[in-house]
Design a protein around this ligand. Structure first.
Ligand code: 5GP
Length: 213
């Protein structure tokens, strides 16, 4: 059976990554349960619209630290004074079943996974410019001026690590960005070595049919 592919999507805060991933999950790449969006653990408090077990597993610091010492995470990192981590049970069992998995992850976590699983695919989503990102963060109205300045400084740190990633999507048009991420996922599935099993089945059909004639 084909092994699933692992996609790591990283972006500075405010780049529109969540909307981009949602768009892909509603489209062709996720048809018939072919794509799983991994649910992370975090110590961050839930936002008003967030549901435990759907957007994240919300846990306290001691529960998170216990999971770390039990080796339950594939990767974890501290970001903005909170812990975030991908549990082992979210990813490898699905890849083994042939399901592709998409992780929404910051740079340090992406780096850990790229080291552990070099065949995974790192995708960096960029804003078209500093000014556009600053404007989006202001328009979102979630943060104070000082928090926005902090996010922008962190964004520079993240963008400077762009060479970790094999793919880059510059998000100046959401529809096109959804198409681009979908294309990356579909391209991996179209690789011949990912289709050996299906090709063999088709071939077998031809072989037995021609033998019978
Ligand atoms: P937020 O608090 O806005 O939901 O997420 C903050 C950052 O944490 C985002 O960059 C998001 O991609 C990242 N993140 C979410 N889940 C994980 C995870 O499991 N591991 C790591 N390393 N980062 C994560």
């Amino acid at each position: 059976m084909r092994r699933g592919e692992l996609f790591l999507v990283t972006a500075p805060s405010g780049t529109g990554k969540d909307t981009l991933i949602d768009g892909v999950l509603k489209g062709e790449a996720a048809r018939n349960g072919a794509l799983w969006h991994s649910i992370s653990h975090t110590t961050r408090k839930p936002r008003s619209e967030e549901v435990d077990g759907e957007h994240y597993y919300f846990v306290d610091r001691s529960a998170f630290e216990k999971m770390v010492s039990n080796g339950e995470f594939l990767e974890w990192a501290e970001y903005n004074d909170n812990y975030y981590g991908t549990s082992q049970r979210e990813v490898p069992p699905r890849l083994e079943k042939g399901i592709d998995v998409i992780l929404d992850i910051e740079v340090q976590g992406a780096q850990q996974i790229l080291e552990k699983i070099p065949e995974s695919h790192g995708i960096l989503v960029l804003p078209p410019s500093y000014e556009v990102l600053r404007e989006r963060l202001h328009r979102r109205g979630q943060d104070t001026g000082a928090q926005i300045a902090e996010r922008l400084a962190l964004s520079l740190w993240e963008l400077e690590r762009y060479e970790l990633f094999g793919y880059v999507i510059i998000n100046d048009d959401l529809e096109l960005a959804v198409l681009a991420l979908t294309a990356i996922i579909l391209e991996k599935r179209l690789r011949r070595d990912q289709q050996n099993h299906r090709i063999e089945t088709i071939l077998q059909g031809f072989r037995s049919a021609t033998r019978g004639e």
